[in-house]
Design a protein around this ligand. Structure first.
Ligand SMILES: [Zn+2]
Length: 367
């Protein structure tokens, strides 16, 4: 069922855009992928052979609908002293721009149920989405979990953007899930691999420059802000210094620790929705510090503190709704409890959708 449908969609979308300049960019990207991540080319070849569609067509069709480009999420990680019972939570609202009905159809097709990626001699992990083309890895068999935020890069041509070839961030996240047993491994992988910063953000570069949030079952938390040459890691040990509180870190869509003038991130004064959600996160965690539990995390994902334009629906809230000024809305949300290998998954806009529990111990066959 999936393969014939995928084949039809890819054929249609690659034909629509076959004359666009995007093709040259994909050619250049393929050259870089062969050099930095030959393993991924092997995976694409596998997909190409099983669907009888050539790799360039797969890449082309994927890029057209900007599937994971321009996401604009909110994430947080909390643990120990910040929580009621010293539990750990990773909280993610996955916010995307809504372009219309066809886009939504394609999204529904790609964002499918939870699956497990198993590779010999690597950690297995549970992901949401479609194998190879769009995997959102959430937790691995060692209890390391992931969330992420896109970074809005400046459109001001006079400003510097820290660009350069390396491993696309999407593939670095998958590598991290496969190779990490705890947060210290995550940090080492991100500090010691050449990270791509490709401003075009075509697949699989759509997560380049993004920040990532991590937690493990040993109550370690981490958020990484990065560009090609620069990186800052904020964890349990320095969260007070960087974020204001011990054992709570949150992030939106601008660089708040790296200097935007060296990374190329949009200034928070211009990227106002990111600044507003960041400030609201601070306010929320300050109010609930020491008392955070699963319900408090759920309330955070449903937060509607700001009601501009006299309307309930507003894209500046943590729970984002498309409004006249912004096409971004929350597509789904999840809260991971790594100690229990549980994903609390909300398959829709959080304020109107119930969370359901996904038992990853069962999926990963952990006894
Ligand atoms: Zn809402």
């Amino acid at each position: 069922m999936i393969k014939p449908l995928l084949k039809i969609l890819i054929k249609i979308f690659s034909k629509i855009y076959e004359n666009r300049s995007i093709k040259d960019q994909i050619k250049n990207n393929l050259y870089d992928l062969e050099y930095y991540t030959p393993g991924f080319i092997t995976e694409l070849q596998g997909l190409s052979e099983s669907t009888n569609i050539n790799i360039k067509e797969i890449l082309l069709s994927y890029n057209i609908l900007k599937l994971s480009k321009n996401t604009s999420c909110t994430t947080s990680v909390v643990t120990k002293d910040a929580t009621k019972k010293h539990n750990t939570y990773l909280i993610q609202n996955w916010d995307i721009p809504f372009y219309g009905k066809i886009h939504l159809l394609y999204l529904l097709f790609l964002y499918q149920r939870f699956k497990v990626c198993k590779i010999k001699n690597n950690n297995s992990y549970v992901f949401y989405g479609f194998p190879v083309l769009f995997e959102l890895p959430i937790i691995n068999e060692k209890g390391v979990c992931f969330g992420g935020n896109a970074t809005l890069v400046t459109s001001d041509k006079k400003r510097y953007v820290d660009k350069g070839p390396g491993i696309p961030i999407y593939l670095l996240v998958r590598k991290t899930m496969r190779e990490s047993d705890r947060i210290s491994d995550v940090k080492n992988i991100w500090m010691n691999n050449l990270r791509s910063s490709n401003k075009s953000k075509y697949f699989p570069y759509f997560w380049d420059l993004a920040s990532s949030s991590w937690a493990d079952r040993y109550k370690n938390i981490l958020i990484i802000e990065q560009s090609h040459n620069h990186i800052i890691t904020v964890d349990n040990n320095n969260s007070e210094q960087f974020n204001g509180f011990k054992d709570v870190i949150w992030h939106t869509n601008h660089h708040k620790w790296l200097d935007p003038d060296v990374s190329g991130s949009e200034y928070p004064s211009i990227h106002t929705t990111s600044r507003i959600r960041n400030n609201r996160s601070y306010e929320y965690f300050k109010k609930h510090y020491g008392r955070i539990d699963l319900d408090t995390c759920k309330s955070f994902t449903r937060d509607h503190k700001y009601r501009f334009f006299n309307t309930y629906k507003n894209s500046n809230n943590i729970c984002r709704h498309v409004d006249p000024c912004n096409r971004h809305g929350t597509l789904f949300s999840y809260i991971v409890e790594p100690e229990k290998y549980l994903i609390n998954f909300c398959p829709g806009i959080p304020c109107k959708t119930k969370y359901k529990k996904i038992d990853c111990k069962k999926l990963l066959k952990i006894k």
